[in-house]
Design a protein around this ligand. Structure first.
Ligand code: ATP
Ligand code: MG
Length: 629
């Protein structure tokens, strides 16, 4: 079946389509109804069906591929590699699940997982899934405030943490951060389970509350914990959005719909089958980490590689070395990470045997054309842009090589994934925007399987955040898009990032692309700043590439950037100022914090900074603003 036909089937006959896809996973009890949409915008998929994520990810593969590698934890930080077959993973997950049960964790209880990107984190997640507990993974790079907020939102019975993480060789002790968070939290868990990696020395342990996992694991090593079968719509986990536009939202995911959507995406989008190797460079703390480091590849019976370390250490060839060693077929990363590699010599991409590698998928941020071009040429592989959100759990826009690989069009993530009825509509009229007309990207409900069920503990926020922007109850992505005559969709930036210059509405992305096409620019963020005459004017913050030999004259480069934009997009888009900085403020997941840049440029409070990565970057922006362009 070709792509167009496949997608049309999913939209015109959703129940038939998803009933067919549901056969890809194991059901303890088959669904009674495929879809219940009696309470819009809430919807339930596979109603009455009973299944379990851990069973589908682990147990199901034991007979056929028990000795095949399931997870590889590759750490250049600790200099260690941990390989687990499906059978070994099964054993570890059972032991962990048994320990959780011994601490009183059961179906529906929450467990906060605050761990570095390791195999242990995946084991903890799968153990929760096995016993029907709801995990809330908190990115290991977050500090105690973030952790405390997420603890209070989930009100967990147990918190699982590691003694420490490492980043760039620097050990970051987690346990003191946990203690701080627990002191701040209104609803601290009864127990803290500490997985000791032996990195942080003697750990402060509170008797009765804190428990070392090591000895408990020994005691439960042979435990057999029966899978708890869950109705398809029971919650599986809570995960927060990146906080790029404000306070993070706690996405609640289901069980059956998620498993089915992931199974479908693994073969149709990522073209991965059982026995093949999949390498996603995301951290387990993000949605990509949940869907494509843990559940997706394992449900497909593939090997998943978890990499702990920098993309450039010990050298910028490390990812490709891993690809060679494990015969990786599909790789998944982010534009931000590729831009880091772009600052290095392209020859690093040629040093390893990448004959097994077929695709590189990139997601999370706009993939600018210069970066897309650079990586596809340097790698000589198909590079596919994926557009999706924490909320959706799996791609919304993509190319689908497992069904039919349509030609890549630089700058566009392609076409709707199956089940997604994607529309681009005029934000005022709510009518479909024409070909080549900018509009808001919306999804016609009901949302397909895999997407969020609601916002955790907050149905009102679910409706208010996503379904209340238009007369019709459409799901708003809050992203700005445009569709060309061949049906390729382009994402232009966030709806609240749009710049309105004297009545002309410009996407931040268009101007950023244009600025980035200057050979001296490494990365650019464009924001709209209030202007008495024009309403708003575009302002650029940019980092420059270290150009060998050249006397980097910042002023001249800045002037050239402005000219480039004027030449490419017209005088109206010409930014009024350029600030050259050494770093741009980003979220921990690598997204540009344009709202904070804008606030500072307009001398306002920078807003919720709980997910800010490097505080120095923000300080530098303040200094640059004080200094002037
Ligand atoms: P918050 O919702 O808390 O403000 P966030 O939107 O950054 O944070 P995520 O769910 O991590 O949280 O990111 C999803 C967003 O990232 C999308 O809505 C879109 O703006 C952007 N994005 C993701 N992938 C792409 C892509 N391929 N091209 C362009 N933009 C993308
Ligand atoms: Mg968002």
């Amino acid at each position: 079946m070709r792509y167009d036909e496949f997608h049309r089937w999913s939209i015109e006959d959703p129940e038939g389509f998803w009933a067919e896809q549901a056969k890809a996973i194991h059901w303890h009890k088959p669904p009674q109804h495929i879809l219940d949409y009696s309470n819009p915008p809430f919807r339930k998929w596979f109603v009455g069906g009973e299944t379990n994520l851990c069973h589908n990810a682990v147990d199901r593969h034991l007979d056929e591929r028990g000795d095949q590698l399931a997870l590889v934890g590759y750490s250049t930080e600790t200099g260690s590699v941990r390989e687990l077959s499906f059978r070994e993973l099964h054993r570890e997950v059972n032991a962990f699940a048994s320990v959780l049960q011994s601490l009183g964790v059961g179906q529906g209880d929450r467990v906060v997982v605050y761990m570095p990107h390791t195999v242990d984190a995946a084991i903890a997640m799968l153990a929760c899934a096995r016993i029907g507990a709801i995990h809330s993974v908190v990115f290991g790079g977050f500090a105690s405030l973030n952790l405390a907020l997420r603890i209070d939102d989930a009100q967990p019975k147990v918190l699982v943490c590691a003694d420490a993480g490492i980043r760039g060789g620097k050990v970051i002790a987690f346990k003191p951060l946990v203690d701080e968070a627990l002191a701040r939290a209104q609803h601290p868990p009864a127990h803290v389970l500490v997985v000791n990696r032996g990195l942080a020395g003697e750990l402060p342990m509170q008797p009765g509350r804190d428990l070392a996992y090591g000895p408990l694991r020994e005691a439960h090593a042979d435990a057999q914990v029966p899978v708890v079968w869950l109705e398809s719509n029971e919650p599986s986990y809570i995960l927060y959005t990146s906080g790029t536009t404000g306070k993070p939202k706690g996405v609640q995911r289901d069980v059956g719909g998620y498993a089915v959507a992931l199974a479908l995406s693994m073969w149709s989008i990522y073209d991965v089958r059982a026995g093949q190797a999949f390498f996603s460079t995301s951290d387990i703390g993000w949605v990509v980490g949940h869907s494509y480091n843990v559940y997706g590849p394992l449900i497909a019976g593939a090997t998943s590689i978890l990499y702990e370390g920098l993309p450039t250490a010990p050298d910028p060839g490390i990812w490709w070395k891993i690809c060679e060693q494990y015969g990786v077929r599909t790789m998944f990363s982010s534009p931000t990470a590729v831009r880091v590699l772009k600052k290095q010599d392209a020859s690093w991409l040629k040093k390893h045997d990448l004959s097994k590698l077929q695709y590189l998928f990139l997601a999370g941020e706009p993939l600018d054309e210069p970066t897309a071009q650079w990586i596809s040429e340097s790698l000589g592989k198909t590079v596919i842009d994926n557009y999706w959100q924490t909320e959706t759990g799996w791609p919304v826009l993509t190319l689908m090589p497992g069904v039919e690989l349509k030609p890549v069009r630089l700058g566009s993530p392609g076409f709707p994934a199956p089940g997604y009825d994607v529309r681009v509509i005029d934000e005022n009229t709510g009518e479909d925007a024409g070909v080549g007309e900018k509009g808001v990207l919306v999804l016609q409900p009901p949302l397909p399987p895999g997407c969020l069920s609601t916002v955790w503990n907050n149905d009102e926020r679910f409706v208010a955040s996503y379904f209340s922007h238009f007369r019709e109850p459409l799901y708003s992505s809050l992203d700005w898009a445009i569709r060309d005559g061949d049906g390729y969709t382009f994402i232009l930036g966030r709806t609240d990032d749009v710049i309105n210059v004297a009545g002309h509405r410009l996407g931040t992305r268009e101007i950023e692309e244009s600025v980035s096409s200057h050979p001296g620019v490494a990365e650019a963020a464009v924001i709209g700043v209030q202007d008495a005459v024009k309403g708003q004017v575009p302002v650029v913050f940019a980092t420059l590439k270290p150009l060998p030999g050249a006397d980097a004259d910042e002023r001249e480069t800045a002037a050239q950037m402005l000219q480039t934009v004027a030449d490419q997009l017209g005088a109206v888009a010409r930014p009024s100022r350029v600030y050259v900085v050494n770093a741009l403020p980003k979220t921990r997941s690598g997204k540009l914090l344009r709202r904070s840049l804008q606030a500072l440029a307009e001398a306002r409070d920078p807003g919720d900074l709980s997910t800010l990565d490097d505080p120095n970057a923000l300080e530098e922006v303040k200094r640059a603003l004080a200094r002037g362009p």
